[in-house]
Design a binder for this molecule. Structure first.
Ligand code: AMP
Length: 541
């Protein structure tokens, strides 16, 4: 058909072009190891982005190559996002908090050709470097005067060096791969989620809408969710796209005092992160009596948000909290809790019940709860089932897997592994998790890996690990053991045994010994039954 609209591709390069023209003087402020307050404008940032892209091309990076980052939220990480994707290569953000063996596995699986590493993470990477089979060069994200005494690594500022500020960005198809992020939120090895330019632009548009994050050029946005975790919930693209000032707290994301100071001095209006970081901030505010008066809205997700956190933010600081839900596989936002017409007429109890829900999906995300036969359940606010989603920002298949796996068993839908109900207004409530993992302070712990490690002890006949609610970390692992006849084992001996085999963060908070673990008809551990049995279990302080 002739006479249609322009077919301009939706790309991250287009976001960059727009920001440079429309908001060149808006600021990005960051904390880095070498500078307690780095400050420059979007125009300056994108000049360095072009230099970096020229440096990467000179090094030999080509379209669709993977470039890994192990970095906190700061301006250099921001530059990598746009330079790597803008040249048609793939920004692969890696979680530096993972166990070193897992980091090595992910880097090798993604075939990263280069790594850009924060100096604070360098000691971990230095140890696993011999295992990294495809990595040709490592660049440390700092300047020459802060380089550690390390051999065979480049300095970021020198790497950019005198490269040209001019570039002619390639004309990318919007379906070109843009960035990659692995999730451990399923069983087995971590799985790669490969975002396209189109999905990133659409996610930025969908998620910044008024009934989602409601982002605007009047905002000062501080993502306290890491840029290595699904592009800081997309804020690395959506905040610049709307012309917001960006405040990046670097390695200080769990530090209440730094967050308060940034909010006050940079006049932050909007922030987002997992419940654990807000508890640290609220704790600091309580102890210090300091204020966060500029802050208007906080989006909390990644784990269920406790009512006490919402209430304290609102009562003490006049900050409005929006509960949200999403997944790495969804770019990541799926729902945000915003009021609808009539919400103000609800009783305070009903309003509280509503506010605790994960929210409504915005345009671009379709969802349904299904029963065991796969039939869609009524939207009655009580029929719980496995939650499935679809949309242009939802992963269609994991990176480098042969064909769709179990999560994509129903064509065109992605099974989230969450169990939920949806009410007649479309509000989602997560009620349980079908996938066998624990989420502690926003990080995944694999119950299966923990169980396998525990089973390695000769006294153990059967091991099960379940999540137990925890006031600070949302969830912590509890190890349930059945011992072999005639064997004895104490809690301390088991923990000592595990200490050498798993990351410190993964160590179960407690070990309980039982005579029997419940099983399904097919012989699998009945985790739902165990979770019920230990729902009120008090973990040691
Ligand atoms: P990730 O891929 O690491 O972002 O983790 C996504 C998973 O975190 C979801 O599938 C849920 O199990 C969990 N999750 C995210 N947000 C929430 C929330 N608001 N309430 C409860 N669970 C959540």
């Amino acid at each position: 058909m002739h006479g249609l609209m322009m077919d301009l591709p939706l790309t991250v390069t287009a976001i960059m072009r727009h920001v440079e023209r429309a908001y060149p003087d808006e600021e990005i402020v960051s904390i880095t190891q070498d500078n307690p307050r780095h400050r420059y404008t979007y125009a300056q940032a994108f000049r360095r982005v072009r230099q970096l892209a020229n440096a990467l091309t000179a090094f030999g990076i080509r379209p669709s190559d993977r470039v890994g980052t192990l970095a906190w939220n700061d301006h250099r990480h921001f530059e990598l996002y746009y330079a790597v994707s803008g040249m048609g290569a793939i920004t692969h953000t890696i979680n530096p908090r993972l166990f070193p063996e897992q980091i090595a596995w992910i880097i090798n699986h993604a075939c990263d050709r280069m790594l850009f590493v924060d100096p604070l993470v360098w000691p971990v990477i230095e140890k696993i470097r011999p295992q990294l089979t495809q990595v040709e060069a490592i660049v440390l994200l700092t300047d020459a005067s802060h380089m550690p005494a390390a051999s065979n690594v480049y300095c970021y500022e020198k790497f950019i060096g005198e490269h040209q500020e001019d570039i002619s960005w390639p004309d990318l198809d919007e379906r070109t791969a843009c960035s990659l992020c692995y999730t451990s939120g399923t069983t087995g090895h971590p799985k790669g989620v490969l975002y396209s330019h189109r999905s990133q632009v659409l996610h930025s548009l969908f998620s910044s809408a008024v009934d989602a994050l409601a982002l605007s050029a009047r905002d000062v946005v501080m993502p306290v969710v890491p840029m290595f975790h699904v592009n800081a919930w997309g804020l690395s693209y959506s905040a610049p796209m709307v012309g917001a000032k960006l405040v990046l707290p670097g390695p200080k994301m769990g530090d209440g005092e730094t967050l308060q100071n940034l909010i006050e001095t940079e006049q932050v209006t909007f922030s987002a992160g997992v419940p654990t970081v807000w508890m640290a901030l609220l704790d600091f505010l309580r102890r210090s009596g300091k204020r966060i008066d500029s802050l208007q809205r906080v989006v909390i997700g990644g784990s269920a948000c406790p009512w006490s956190v919402m209430e304290e933010f609102e009562r003490e600081h006049n900050v409005h909290v929006h509960h949200a839900w999403g997944m790495t596989e969804m770019s990541p936002l799926g729902t945000v809790n915003q009021p609808i017409r009539g919400t103000d007429k609800l009783t305070s109890d009903d309003r509280k019940t509503l506010r605790m829900k994960q929210g409504r999906s915005f345009f671009g995300v379709e969802m349904k709860a299904v029963d065991e036969a796969g039939e869609e359940l009524p939207r009655d606010g009580k029929s719980s089932g496995v939650l499935k989603v679809r949309g242009p920002t939802v992963c269609a298949q994991y990176f480098q897997e042969d064909g769709p796996g179990p999560a994509h068993a129903e064509p065109g839908w992605f099974a989230t592994g969450d169990v939920a109900h949806i009410d007649s207004d479309g509000y989602l409530q997560i009620t349980d998790r079908a996938k066998d993992v624990i989420k502690s302070g926003g990080e995944w712990i694999s119950s299966i890996d923990l169980e396998n490690a525990a089973m390695g002890h000769p006294a153990v006949a059967e091991a099960a690990v379940i999540a137990v609610p925890h006031p600070k970390w949302s969830e912590r692992p509890l190890l349930v053991l059945v011992l072999r006849a005639g064997h004895a084992l104490t809690r301390e001996e088991m923990l000592e045994f595990l200490r050498e085999r798993v990351a410190k963060l993964w160590l179960p908070d407690d070990v309980v010994f039982v005579s029997e673990i419940p099983h399904t008809a097919t012989g699998k551990i009945l985790k739902s039954e165990l979770r019920k049995r230990f729902a009120d279990f008090k973990l040691p302080e």
